[in-house]
Write a protein that binds this ligand. Sequence first.
Ligand code: ZN
Length: 306
Amino acid sequence: MIPGALMNRVLAVNIDLDDLRFYRGIHALPQQPENAEIFKLGLPRFLDLCERHEIKATLFVITDDLKIPGVSEAIRDAARRGHEIASHTRSHDYGISRRDPDSIAAELAGSRRDILNACGIEPTGFRGPGYNLTPDLLDGLIRAGFLYDTSIMSSPPYWLARALIIAAMAATGRKSSSITGRARDFFRGHRPFVWGGPGKGLVEFPITTAGPLFLPLIGTTLAGRGALVRQAVTIARGREFVNIEFHGIDFLDREADGLEPELLVEPALKIPLAERMHNFDLALRMLGEGRRSPTLATLAASFNAS
Ligand SMILES: [Zn+2]
């Protein structure tokens, strides 16, 4: 159930600020010296985009990254500009949802403490790595005091494609740091809901997917303008609630930002940054028409109060 006045025509925009070392891990590429490109180059471009469209965004931070020089300053600056800071775990362990409850609790409490120490803000939102959840992780979120989760992406084809890629890598002797995950979480629809029923306290904001192929509205897809993307955006425009997920890497340029050519395995980087930014602008203009764009924390607070 969506409280009418609350969810009426909302566009939520958020970004996972995964450092480049995680992409090198996924693709089994050699690590490079830390230059914090995601935070120093990508994040300002994302914030400018949001502010052009009067969007208050939510930033999901892997809190171990707050130790990288310059990162906590960049995050604090975003918070000062009215954007929300939320947790994307402390370590970005793709297997966090499978760990024992005590270990999950330590990771979640640690990530909240890291954000409090670095920014003076107590985060209320969470996104897990790789769209994976388990009952233990959901219990841990409630116990740690989170008000909402936004890890669900209802896209069965995405789940299948990722499972095939991980299997293909394993077959050629390469180990991906990503995991296949719980299939049923990729069949949960596109409307916000409360885990365990109303009054339990943990709101779920699914990342929007649309169209016959359940195309996710994420940076990788919105970077292009093919027929399937246009169709998914058109369908999403008719819905009350739209939740778009970007990643920091969506706002980097392989060549201009001096990234190694091997990172071109990441689909978003294959399109020149100027063209991507143009397409992001177009998508946000279409999806934002006649909508409010508050942070997910603002939405979760009124969801729980209603
Ligand atoms: Zn991530």
